[in-house]
Design a binder for this molecule. Structure first.
Ligand code: ADP
Ligand code: ZN
Length: 298
């Protein structure tokens, strides 16, 4: 019997579950909307139970979850989604419920750390010991590795909630974060773009001024992350980054903002290879979860 791992990308809008061992070996995948916790977790368990019957085994499951979460294995609430504003999901024992139902070890981390691990194993962060993975979608999250280890700490980084300078004359939109107003997520996540300009972000044409402003805020955040963490690469994923034309603009604005101060060839000369889209595309999350499962037993 060969090893088989399960991965869950537990998002605030949808769950993606898959079984396999890596990018060239995804045996099955299913996606369903994130509804009530009991029902949603039962759907995931049912999928893995069926795959186990078909494949003859299931070694471990990995979960990359929307948060905030408790990723500390020493904590009594390890594996929980903790203070999320998402209705019904606060204080949900996600990893424990799934692990007990299936009787397998569970790897558990934030959605962005999961995706970062996937990118490190098989994607755009191979061979790196310090890098950052951002998602810019319904919310903004950032994770990654420092000195070869996924970033944890007091809890886990909340890079989407860093504060950025906003010039109210250039951008009167006060920001949409329920906790901070004009933090990074409040200014630059998909819903903030939609509210600022009065139409969904994906309907704004490439020459709309929204994108120059978006690239500006992204560049401010990347300036901060580069100066704080000194990453060797920054991977930018999530729905909003589907606007491929943001990348050249963002790279240029990061160079302008740093103003030659960080003397690294990666920034001064090879920035196309420094700020990049995910190597695994939209599969980073679920593949990263499979990598978390492998890490949980390896
Ligand atoms: P989630 O964050 O829920 O996992 P996504 O990463 O797809 O999902 O992010 C959804 C957000 O991204 C929405 O606010 C949507 O308006 C925005 N979005 C999705 N696709 C695009 C696109 N091609 N261009 C700009 N914005 C997009
Ligand atoms: Zn915030």
């Amino acid at each position: 019997m060969s090893e088989l791992y399960g991965g869950i990308e537990a998002g605030g809008t949808k769950f993606v579950c898959a079984v396999g061992t890596g990018p060239d070996d995804i045996r099955a995948e299913v996606r369903f909307p994130t509804e009530e916790p009991e029902q949603t977790m039962a759907q995931a368990v049912a999928f893995f139970a069926e795959q186990r019957r078909k494949e003859g085994g299931l070694t471990a499951v990995g979960i990359s979850a929307f948060g905030p979460i408790d990723p500390n294995p020493e904590s009594p609430t390890f594996g929980y989604i903790t203070t999320t504003p998402k209705a019904g999901w606060a204080n949900t024992d996600l990893a424990g419920t799934i692990g007990r139902a299936l009787g397998v070890p569970v790897g558990f981390d934030t959605d962005v750390n999961g995706a970062a691990l996937g990118e490190w194993r098989w994607g755009a962060a191979q061979g790196l010991r310090n890098f950052v993975y951002f998602t810019v979608g319904t919310g903004i999250g950032g994770g990654g590795m420092v000195n070869g280890r996924l970033m944890h700490g007091l809890i886990h980084p909340e890079m989407g909630h860093m504060r950025l300078p906003r010039n109210p004359e250039q951008d009167p939109f006060a920001g949409s974060c329920p906790y901070h107003g004009d933090c990074f997520e409040g200014l630059a996540a998909g819903p903030a773009i939609g509210k600022r300009w009065g139409q969904p972000a994906e309907t704004l044409p490439p020459d709309h001024p929204a994108w120059d402003l978006e690239a500006h805020y992204l560049a401010m955040a990347l300036h901060n992350v580069i100066t704080v963490l000194s990453p060797e690469r920054i991977i930018m994923g999530g729905g909003v980054m589907g606007q491929a034309h943001i990348f050249p603009l963002l790279r240029q604005k990061v160079q302008q903002s740093l103003n030659g101060y960080v003397q690294a060839a990666a920034i001064l000369h090879n920035i196309d290879d420094f700020i990049v889209p995910p190597g695994l595309g939209s599969l980073a999350g679920v593949l990263g979860s499979i990598a978390l499962a492998q890490q949980a037993v390896g």
